[in-house]
Design a protein around this ligand. Structure first.
Ligand code: CMP
Length: 138
């Protein structure tokens, strides 16, 4: 079955939106395979966001994702990568449609509540940083 990797960013945790966001994934039919509350180190954040190194928003991104604990999860379901990206909405919450997570709860682009893998390759790379070995199981 297809899988994706999702992070509920520090603002989602501090604003008390963890249950709401996980409910949306569950109601859609996605199943959590791994779930963890964790304070990311700067090194873990740098690994996660290595494709963005050098971009103007890179430092702000690392600061925002390490500001407080995050919820890390692997979700399983048919075409999980695509389905989760639709549920969370466009990267910029201003452009995200109402009815999506970012469209309903976000406004800031750096602090856009949720991160999700944008491809199967990204899922494999990102999940391996935090849930070692899980990406190889069936
Ligand atoms: P995320 O899905 O976590 O993946 C990379 C993040 O970079 C993205 O969500 C945004 O939070 C952030 N991001 C992408 N583009 C910009 C931008 N133009 N300005 C600021 N932050 C950005």
């Amino acid at each position: 079955m297809d899988r994706t990797f999702v992070i509920l960013k520090p603002s989602a945790v501090s604003r008390g939106l963890v249950g709401e966001i996980i409910s949306r994934f569950e109601r859609k039919g996605l199943k959590p395979l791994a779930l963890q509350l964790k304070q990311l180190t700067r090194d873990e954040a740098a690994q996660l966001y290595e494709v963005h190194r050098g971009k103007p928003f890179y430092e702000d991104l690392l600061t925002a994702i390490t500001r407080g604990p995050v919820v890390l999860m692997v979700l399983e379901g048919r075409q999980a990568v695509e389905v989760v990206r639709k549920l969370i909405g466009a990267t910029d919450p201003v452009k995200a449609e109402p009815g999506t997570i970012r469209g309903d709860y976000g406004l800031d682009i750096t602090d856009n509540l949720v991160h999700a893998s944008d491809s199967v390759e990204a899922y494999q790379r990102e999940s391996a940083i935090f849930f070692k070995g899980l990406e190889k199981t069936h």
